[in-house]
Design a protein around this ligand. Structure first.
Ligand code: ZN
Length: 178
């Protein structure tokens, strides 16, 4: 079976890990996308159809154009895939990309820090609650202090109990004397 480059399909700079790609990997991703289109064009041709929009390129042609070996083209493409998806399987990649599309179509989440309206970037890992500024330790400490100030402190509670106890004692004292 021919190598599939479907993992590269549809990836663009709005994909969360795109920004972290090395220059080589970014170029190789472009090659993978052309090779994926070529595969789609071959599939269409096989059923008697055509889509002139689809590139028809081969690894050999890319290698020639770049003056590198076909092996290097394959290796760089494999590396681009690794930079983007680690060792995820084709299926795992498909799920991840579907999740990305799903999140892209939702209204953006905003930072939950009070008074901050910053849009949160799409995150495919653990969902984030705060923007990069309000995710810093100082902001966490600030929120913790606010929470403490708003909820009754243990000290206040202790005072309350004391008053009640005094009242209770007073009542009992009256009863005893009568
Ligand atoms: Zn924020």
């Amino acid at each position: 079976m021919a190598t599939s480059y479907a993992w590269a399909r549809g990836l663009d700079p709005s994909y969360p890990d795109y920004a972290g790609l090395s220059a080589d990997a970014r170029e190789a991703l472009g090659w993978a996308q052309e090779l994926d289109e070529a595969a789609q064009a071959r599939q269409l041709a096989a059923i008697g159809r055509q889509n002139p929009e689809l590139a028809t390129v081969t690894i050999a042609e890319i290698a020639k154009g770049e003056s590198i070996s076909a092996t290097t083209v394959r290796r760089r493409i494999a590396h681009a895939r690794f930079e983007l998806f680690g060792s995820l399987s084709d299926r795992g990649i498909r799920d991840r990309k579907n999740r990305w599309q799903e999140l892209k179509n939702r209204p953006p989440k905003r930072c939950e820090h009070e008074g901050c309206e910053e849009e949160l970037p799409i995150d495919l890992g653990r969902p984030r609650r705060y923007c990069s500024w309000h995710g810093l330790p100082w902001a966490r400490a600030h929120r913790a202090r606010l929470r403490l100030r708003r909820s009754p402190t243990p000290e206040d509670g202790a005072h309350g109990d004391t008053h009640e106890n005094k009242a209770g004692l007073a009542v009992r004292a009256v009863r005893t004397s009568s």
